[in-house]
Every structure is written in C-alpha cells, then in structure tokens.
Design a protein around this ligand. Sequence first.
Ligand SMILES: CC(=O)N[C@H]1[C@@H](OP(=O)(O)OP(=O)(O)OC[C@H]2O[C@@H](n3ccc(=O)[nH]c3=O)[C@H](O)[C@@H]2O)O[C@H](CO)[C@@H](O)[C@@H]1O[C@H](C)C(=O)N[C@@H](C)C(=O)N[C@H](CCC(=O)O)C(=O)O
Ligand SMILES: Nc1ncnc2c1ncn2[C@@H]1O[C@H](COP(=O)(O)OP(=O)(O)OP(=O)(O)O)[C@@H](O)[C@H]1O
Length: 494
Amino acid sequence: MARTIAEILGFLRTLAPVARLVVPERLRPVAVRGVTLDSREVRPGDLFAGLPGARVHGADRADDAWEAGAVALLSDRPSPLLPSLVVPDPRRVLGPLASWLHDDPSRAVAVHGVTGTNGKTSTVHLLDAALTAAGRRTGLAGSLVVRAGDDERPAGRTTAEAPAVQAMLARCRDAGVDDVALEVSSHGLALHRVAGTRFRTAVFTNLSPDHLDLHGDLESYYAAKASLFTPERADAAVVVVDDEAGRRLAAETTCPVTTVSTTGVPADWRAGTIRADGDGTSFRARGPGVDVEVRLQLLGPQQVPNALAALATAVGAGADPAAAVRGLAATPALPGRLERVDAGQPFLAVVDFAHNVGAHRRVLPFLRSVTAGRLVVVLGATGGRDRSKRAALGRCVAGLADLVVVTDESPHDEDPAALRDAVAAGAREVAGAEVVVHADRRTAVAVAVAEAGPGDTVLLAGRGADGVRIEAGVAEPLDDRELLRTALRPRVAG
Ligand SMILES: CC(=O)N[C@H]1[C@@H](OP(=O)(O)OP(=O)(O)OC[C@H]2O[C@@H](n3ccc(=O)[nH]c3=O)[C@H](O)[C@@H]2O)O[C@H](CO)[C@@H](O)[C@@H]1O[C@H](C)C(=O)N[C@@H](C)C(=O)N[C@H](CCC(=O)O)C(=O)O
Ligand SMILES: Nc1ncnc2c1ncn2[C@@H]1O[C@H](COP(=O)(O)OP(=O)(O)OP(=O)(O)O)[C@@H](O)[C@H]1O
C-alpha cells in the first residue's frame, strides 16, 4: 500500500480542501507503508494519526511515534519531527484514508453492518452462519472474534479503530471473501471508526438507553445509529420495527428499507408462533415468497428479531432462504449470551451479557417463564461507563427477580463500593425486593448458587464472555462461566 506524501495530500484534499503539508526543515518526505492512530503500535514506515482524545492529544505523542519509525503525521497540528498532513478533523478523514490506502476493500466485498443497543453480536453470528450455509465465503468482526476467511483473531472491542477495520476488510478481500458481517457500535459511528466503508446492508436491531456518557441523550444516541442508514453509506437497510426507534428509522431512512417485526407490527418479514424454552427457540418466519419454520439452538425470544433480521439480510443479499435457515439452526450457543452452565446441578444456571435495562427486560421474563421456583440474579455495574443506567438496572432487575445479589463487575478507575451502592440503591427502591450485597464476585456467585434449589434459576449477568476484570489499572483474568461452574461444583458433589 506504499503511497507518497504528495499522493496522500492529494487524496486528503478531496475530503478536506484545506488539508496542507508542513515539512520541517532538512526533512525529505518518504513513502508511507501503513497507518496507525496509537504511537505505541507504530511500525516503521507508518503514517501516525495523532488524534485529539478525552485524555491526551495524540499529536503530543508524535515523538514516540517518530522513535518507533513513523514517517509522517496526520493531525490538526504539525509536528517539528515529522512531515505533517494537517486537517481540521483528522478522526473524520482517517477511515476514508485507510480505505483508500487499502484500495477500498468494501467495494470488493459485501459488508453488512449491524447496529443497535442489543443483539449486534448475536445477529452477526447468525448472519454469518446463514450466509455460510448458503455457500458464501464469509468474514465476521464483532465483540467476540474477528475472522477474515480462515484468519481468526480475538476481538479487541466491538468495532475496531478505522485502520484496523480497513485492514480486516482488505484481508477479507484478499482471502476471496464474499460477505462480511460487521458489528457497528454507536462508539464506532460517533468516533468515525467505520467511515470510508461502503455497506451493502445496514441492519438495525433496537434502541434503549445505554452509552449516554458518550452521546449525552437518547436523541443523539439515535442520531449516531441512524447515521449509518443513508444512501451515501449503505445500499439497503434492514430495520427491526419492534420498538419506536426502529419504526422511526424505517420511516426516516432514505435507503431502500426492508422491515422486520416479531410483535405483530406490519412488516416485510414477520415472526409468529414464537416458542422459547430451556432447550432452544423456534418461530415461523414469513417474508417475501418465504414461509418457513426456524429452529434455533440459542436461548430466549430476544434471539428471534436477531435471527429474523439475519435471515432478511441474507436473503436480501441473494442467499437461498432454506439454506439460510439451516445456517441459523446450526448456530451454536454464543459465548456469554444466555449461555447455560451445566455441572449436573438440579436447576438452570446461565451467564448473560445483559448490561442494560433493554436487555434485562427481554431476558428476565423469559427466564421467569422457564423457572418454576425462584429467579436469582447476580448483578453489578461496570465502571467508566454510563452512570445514568446503574440505579435503573438495579430497579429493573429487582422488579423482575426474586433475589438480587449485587456485586462487583469491572470497576476500571471507579470506586467499586460506589458502583455497588448505585445498583443496590436502585434495587432497594422496589417495594418488597430481596437485595443482598457481596463485594467479591466469587462470593456473590457462591451465595446465589447456595440459595438455589430444584426448579430455580441463577443468572450471572453483566460480563458475558469478557475474560478480563480491570480495577485501578490492574487487569486480572475473570471469566463468569468459570466462576459459575466452580460455584456449582460443591452443589453437585453435595
Ligand atoms: C470512550 C472511547 O471510546 N474512547 C476512545 C477514544 O479514547 P480517548 O479519547 O480517551 O483517547 P486518549 O487516551 O485521550 O488518546 C487520544 C489519542 O492518542 C493516542 N495515544 C494515546 C496515548 C499514547 O501514548 N499514544 C497515543 O498515540 C490514542 O490512540 C488516541 O488515538 O479514542 C481511542 C482511539 O482514538 C479509543 O481507543 C478509545 O476507545 C476506548 C479504548 C474504549 O474502551 N472504548 C469503548 C468504550 C468502546 O469503544 N466501546 C464500543 C462498544 C460499546 C458497547 O456497545 O458496549 C466498541 O465499539 O467497542
Ligand atoms: N434483540 C435483543 N433485544 C434485547 N436484548 C437482547 C437482544 N439480543 C440480545 N439481547 C441481550 O443483549 C445481550 C448482548 O447481546 P449481544 O452481544 O448479541 O448484543 P450486542 O449489541 O452485541 O452487545 P454489545 O455491543 O454490548 O456487545 C444479550 O446477552 C441479551 O441479554
């Protein structure tokens, strides 16, 4: 991908006419071989994008980038050390630039971007399975994994930074991939991580309060999601219209739109006769020219809109409906998404990534429906994220469970006690709620398991398959599935 600085300046001027090149005296610009936005990840020959952040301005790390071998800077200010491409908003141009440097991979593969508060990971995996069963070669990028053809890597976060997104799409193209299912978080949209990507389909699952620390209010959160659904970015839209935001988006988008409903709202694709139990989920899917029974291994009716949106997207992309349905049926339980942990105990034990009210409102009524006895939920809140949702989470869960065990999650730089207090205070607002607090997550899980008997359910919520807990800058391995399995052992032995 080697390009001269003059070529890059020419490209940047198509995006930002005021783009200029500032070359320190006695320096001669050399060709750029890659691009990164973190000085700690610079490789020799890279263009270093020094972006303004919440904590530091990347341009202030230009000396580290230079030492690591960067050959140029892209920023809103020049550096005395490096030939500098200066634009007013470097984050905004980074995606298109990275795409251009990789010869625009999203023009060569069909990218299906999935956004929404909940269900993105599930939907990209279902879509990937549907397309694969229909004979397509696929790539997938989401919270759990990043896979380009046979090249599979662990995911860093839901939506990677722009240079990584474009590099992944380029790997897909080079591996002969036809379709990529890409998770698009609202952070990804607001921070322009998928800018420069051409989407074949933009998929919307739902919207409920979350991430308001970044977006400020629900309207801005909606606007961030809706920004994907324009003809400038996407050829077509698939929108679940089960909630108000979906109905609004379907009405507002100027992309050709296919609607999906699981609640009886009129739509192009509809789900009926939904059955969900402890072994799986089934429903009847009706769409244009399609009327088919769908059986999922995945637990919970919240997977029905995800699966139907995946089916509508796959069929819209040319997949054979019957093959796509076989792919949905073959999708195994997803790590940390209502994942059963079975150690032989006489009750249902599950780990789920529910970490907002929208998710708990879907998942807890389902768990109640398969629970003859008591529903016990272990709950916490992650630090450094949306403060406004903590008490609401406690209130919501206490209203739907029989016993709430409040505990630590991943406090990051916050006081763990304050996080617990916020959740517990919300839970205790519910009249008659049974709420206990155990700071240590292992102890909390052990208490929940000790409380459970035949016919009960224990839900360990909030972290899903996340394998790392962070407190005060210190990371320790912590896997909720392991935690629950360990706590269940004595119950089985006993
Ligand atoms: C809140 C948020 O999203 N923050 C993002 C933001 O960080 P920031 O503004 O704090 O960055 P900063 O630390 O001030 O640094 C500014 C710039 O200097 C660079 N830098 C910094 C230090 C250094 O030594 N060298 C250097 O080059 C950084 O790479 C950055 O480009 O810009 C950084 C890159 O420019 C991102 O890495 C960072 O994401 C952080 C890691 C993050 O955790 N984000 C999460 C919340 C996130 O994106 N989550 C969504 C999913 C949410 C969900 O659905 O649950 C996701 O898509 O994963
Ligand atoms: N369609 C849905 N509606 C409401 N809740 C859902 C839906 N699908 C999944 N959930 C809930 O959201 C949790 C996260 O699911 P999933 O990982 O598929 O979503 P996500 O949008 O990728 O989340 P994140 O971006 O935070 O990783 C699940 O564990 C479940 O509790």
